[in-house]
Design a protein around this ligand. Structure first.
Ligand SMILES: [Fe+2]
Length: 362
């Protein structure tokens, strides 16, 4: 059975807060600010008094437009993403608890840290590369609601965990973790046992449930999900209610088209996918391990492999080969309607930036 992440409750639970000057109680005639289960977020814009009933389109800058003739509250896709449309039945103050239309998560994977701060793996100093990836993400669109790290936190070196804990523990965000084949299970458990780290189980953010699986086989580079893990997955999916689900693990559950890599994937992928297929609420499966970007759709479920924050593997190579692409990470925007927007970001100025793609998995 997978444990629900109690550590996340405070950060993950929807919060409703009025804007500056907003009344304690919701004014009569204003519809609840939480529509379709999305999470409100406080923005520093003043509340205003509506001179008449109608629809109010609210955006970050505080601009509001009254629309006549509309009858129902609905979400709006504004260019700056933080927007909502409210309907009031009578004139009155409009409380600026503005809606977030998506849950934002950033995935970092396979940092392969060592105890030594300058140690390298396949030509890349892993701790500086991770720091560079984090700094890059923090300079773009920060903060997300949570960070996700999908295994190989260390390179067979338990002394790497204190670095991981120091780097990720200072960010003030939940850090969802699962192990990879180069992790040290006991040390990982010991080092990441407290907030903000979440090791395994599942966590809910708005309309989404994130499920974290342990696919590691002791002493093996390939992986498998135990009967207990599969049962826990089925239980987490069945108990998700109306939430959409994203399932995360280290090993790839589908062939990558790379002979050597496909020998070390998820050995019981058929059983895993059978569980997924029995639950219509799974929208995405996300993994690490492959040190490259992968993006496909299977039976309406988005399949996403993510580059490492250090060295990459050459895609479609039958034999082991290093790709010269730089460190990378993935951003995920999980929308309330079950769709998602994702982007692989490469951390190098000489590279072409990113490969952004919209989702059809809703
Ligand atoms: Fe790895």
């Amino acid at each position: 059975m997978l444990n629900r992440c109690s550590a996340l409750e405070a950060g993950a639970a929807p919060r409703v807060q009025g804007g500056r000057g907003a009344p304690e109680r919701r004014p009569a005639g204003v519809y609840p600010p939480c529509i379709h289960g999305v999470s409100p977020k406080r923005l520093k814009v003043p509340s205003v008094r509506a001179g008449r009933a109608g629809l109010f389109h609210i955006i970050r800058s505080g601009v509001h437009i009254i629309r006549r003739g509309a009858r129902f509250p609905r979400l709006s896709r504004a260019r700056d993403r933080l927007a909502a449309t409210w309907f009031t039945t009578v004139p009155g103050p409009v409380c600026y608890a503005v809606l977030m239309s998506a849950v934002r998560i950033i995935q970092f994977t396979d940092p392969h840290l060592y105890g030594g701060e300058r140690e390298s793996l396949r030509g890349v100093a892993t701790l500086p590369a991770l720091n560079a990836a984090l700094a890059h993400a923090r300079a773009r669109d920060w903060p997300p609601q949570a960070l996700l790290v999908t295994g190989d936190l260390v390179q067979d070196d338990a002394e790497g965990y204190p670095h991981f804990r120091r780097v990720f523990g200072a960010l003030g965000l939940p850090v969802l973790c699962l192990p990879g084949n180069h992790d040290e299970p006991e040390a990982m458990q010991r080092e990441l046992s407290a907030k903000p780290f979440v090791l395994g189980g599942f966590a809910d953010f708005g309309r989404w449930r994130i499920v974290l699986l342990d696919s590691c086989l002791p002493g093996s580079a390939s992986g498998a999900l135990s009967a207990q893990a599969l049962a826990g997955l089925a239980e987490a999916l069945a108990g998700a209610g109306t939430r959409h689900c994203m399932v995360c693990l280290h090993h790839h559950p589908v062939p990558m088209g790379s002979r050597w890599l496909d020998r070390v994937g998820l050995t019981n992928a058929a059983e895993f996918l059978d569980v997924v297929d029995k639950h219509s609420n799974v929208r995405a499966i996300v993994w690490g391990h492959v040190h490259q970007s992968y993006d496909a759709l299977r039976k309406g479920v988005r399949l996403l492999g993510t580059p490492s924050t250090c060295a990459q593997f050459l895609p479609n190579s039958d034999d082991f080969a290093i790709d010269r692409r730089p460190p990378g990470y993935r951003t995920l925007e999980l929308h309330a309607d079950g769709s998602l927007l994702t982007e692989v970001v490469w951390v190098a100025q000489h590279c072409n930036g990113s490969s952004r793609s919209a989702c059809s998995a809703a």
